[in-house]
Design a protein around this ligand. Structure first.
Ligand code: ARG
Length: 461
């Protein structure tokens, strides 16, 4: 048996087995929601007072006790007991110790089911505020680098094969737009998914008192009370929406991490990552390893797993609350912590990265990246694109067999490729990027437009 009286002990003749207690207790996980639990309790008890369900003296005593509990928890003076199953029972136990019978009235018209569903939404709302700021700082870093690299050309890749030159700013801005959608998803969690307050739904069917759910919803910053008690205590959509955001953000940061790993290799040499975001090898003195980028790449697995994990838990449950739902916080907190770790590290890594324009330009010049421009030139002379594509393909094959660039072809080689009499214009990577003049393309004017748009977007955040 495991020590201490339980809040639900009345119906039981013996205490829980230690093994059950160890499995069942969630305090170690949910104690981090203490501030939200106290805030929810304050709103609840104030409402009970306003509705005449609790006498004013009791409300005052409980409120005072809750303030003290808040203080104890904030300073670390709070003494958790072995019987404290979770943060809700711990707070109620202590309030009752302090305020006696008045404290023992705090759970009137409330269940831990609506309590925990409310706490977790409050917690998520607080977490979202910090993460919105974290995304903003990362986007600022990307925009600052993009501003510095409008005229830096880098090969754009498909299949990790050099394809066409792009402005580095354009490449970096691609991530800005991904992150801006992530930011929008996060805002919609805040605005929509977290709009409804579960408090007042009781264990499953509401509570047997005329509580004012509008009042508690308002006091806790929700838009309205949740309209259905079963749904309110048994659903975790808001968490799923957040975890979906986190998983997608994780995928974006992972791709950025992968690119920085590859780009910082000796083979690519496109970027030098700052010492502050890399580490050495315990054995190989020459090594500088892109650990931050690698961890950004790896963490997406965790974030995707957190999303899948929560959905998997909830999907099997009959309405309404089931103890399985206690596991929701495991996934939520893991994702919140992971995103909290990632955003500043990736932001710092991007901010301090040194892109190597010379290496990027050399790669643009070495890889037949002007082939499409040559085909486009033929099309402008009246060739059907497919014929132009074929002829330029033949020319690239003969050049690559001889190990020379498109600028070094002989008249005979041109003729052999079916391009007799064609005078291939010199195509610089810059000119190639400049050719893409439509919206979303790599011409200087379009990229500057994008940068403006990105800065305007940032100002709205
Ligand atoms: N610790 C529980 C959780 O996180 C609180 C709700 C307990 N409810 C119950 N009916 N046993 O889900």
């Amino acid at each position: 048996m495991s020590g201490g009286a339980r809040l639900w002990g009345g119906r039981f003749s013996g205490g829980p087995a230690e093994a059950f207690d160890a499995l069942n207790a969630s305090l170690a996980v949910d104690r981090r929601m203490w501030a939200q639990d106290v805030a929810g309790s304050v709103a609840h008890v104030e409402m009970l007072g306003a509705c005449g369900i609790l006498p004013a003296d009791d409300v005052k005593a409980v409120h005072r006790a809750l303030n003290q509990v808040h203080e104890e928890l904030a300073t670390g003076a709070f003494a958790f007991q072995p019987s404290d199953e979770d943060i809700h029972t711990a707070v109620e136990r202590r309030v009752t110790e302090i305020a006696g019978d008045a404290g023992a009235r705090i759970h009137t018209a409330r269940s831990r089911n609506d309590q925990v569903a409310t706490d977790v939404l409050l917690y998520l709302r607080d977490a979202i505020a910090g993460q919105t700021a974290g995304i903003k700082r990362l986007v600022e870093a990307l925009i600052a680098q993009a501003e510095a690299h409008v005229d830096t050309l880098v090969p754009g890749y498909t299949h990790l094969q050099r394809a066409q030159p792009v402005r580095l700013a354009h490449h970096l801005l691609a991530y800005v737009w991904m992150l801006s959608r992530d930011r929008r998803r996060l805002a919609s969690v805040r605005e929509d998914s977290l709009a409804e307050c579960p408090l007042g739904s009781g264990a499953l069917s509401g509570v047997g008192f005329p509580v004012d759910r509008e009042m508690t919803a308002r006091a806790l910053g929700f838009a309205r009370p949740a309209p259905n008690s079963l749904d309110a205590v048994g659903s975790r959509d808001a968490l799923a929406d957040y975890l979906h955001f986190a998983a997608t953000l994780g995928v974006h940061l992972s791709r950025m991490g992968e690119e920085l790993v590859v780009w910082s290799s000796e083979e690519f040499g496109f970027v030098r990552l700052s010492d502050a975001f890399t580490s050495g090898s315990s054995m190989l003195p020459q090594k500088k390893n892109p650990d931050a980028a690698e961890l950004a790449r790896a963490k997406s697995a965790r974030l995707v797993a957190d999303y899948a994990g929560l959905q998997n838990v909830v999907s099997k449950l009959p309405l309404a609350y089931n103890k399985d739902l206690q596991e929701d916080k495991h996934y939520l907190f893991d994702a919140v912590d992971t995103v909290d770790l990632l955003l500043p590290a990736v932001g710092g890594m991007v901010m301090t990265a040194e892109f190597r324009a010379d290496r990027m330009l050399a790669a643009c010049e070495a890889g037949y990246l002007a082939a499409t421009d040559l085909a486009d030139h033929l099309v402008k002379l009246g060739w059907p694109f497919r014929r132009a594509h074929e002829a330029v393909g033949r020319l690239v094959r003969s050049c690559s067999e001889r190990g020379v660039g498109l600028g070094e072809v002989s008249a005979a080689e041109l003729a052999a490729a079916g391009l007799a009499g064609i005078d291939p214009p010199p195509v610089t990577p810059e000119a190639s990027a400049e050719n893409k003049v439509a919206i979303g393309g790599t011409s200087r004017a379009r990229v500057l437009e994008q940068l403006d748009e990105a800065r305007r977007e940032l100002d709205r955040w």
